[in-house]
Each structure stands twice: as structure tokens, then as C-alpha cells.
Design a protein around this ligand. Structure first.
Ligand SMILES: [Zn+2]
Length: 78
């Protein structure tokens, strides 16, 4: 796919997704994504976005101040 921002090619990689909720910070590591080789913009596909929402919802209920979750491990457990 091409970057929506600058039109350069993207490549498959993984990233660390950080969601800042009011009560806590959710850090999800090894998230599969496409990253722009030019501007560094990161894109998730629809399935990944749904999975991230699920992980974030789960993390909220744990209510640690900071939750660090491995995407790959979570996916295997589900
Ligand atoms: Zn770009």
C-alpha cells in the first residue's frame, strides 16, 4: 500500500502502540503494521485495530497505572 500522507511506499513491520487513557497508560508491543518508508506514518489493518481495542478494554479492567502487553502473546492466548 501507499502512504495516505505523502504517497510513498510502506513496508510491513511491527510497532509499539501507546494508548493514553485517563486512568492508565496501555502499551502494546509487537503490533503488526505498515510503516511509511518516507515519513514514518504507521497504519494498522482493520483486524489489528479491533484486536487493539480488545486488548485496551482488557487492560482498563486491570487498572494498573501502566500496562505493558505483548500483542503476539495476547493473540495466541485468545
Ligand atoms: Zn508517508
Amino acid at each position: 500500500m501507499k502512504c495516505f500522507k505523502c504517497g510513498h511506499e510502506t513496508f510491513e513491520t511491527t510497532t509499539t502502540d501507546v494508548t493514553d487513557l485517563d486512568s492508565c497508560l496501555v502499551v502494546i508491543r509487537h503490533v503488526p503494521c505498515s510503516e511509511c518508508e518516507f515519513c514514518g506514518e504507521v497504519y494498522y489493518d482493520g483486524e489489528t485495530v479491533r484486536q487493539l481495542e480488545k486488548i485496551t478494554d482488557t487492560a482498563k479492567t486491570i487498572s494498573n497505572e501502566i500496562s505493558v502487553i505483548d500483542y503476539e502473546k495476547h493473540e495466541n492466548a485468545a
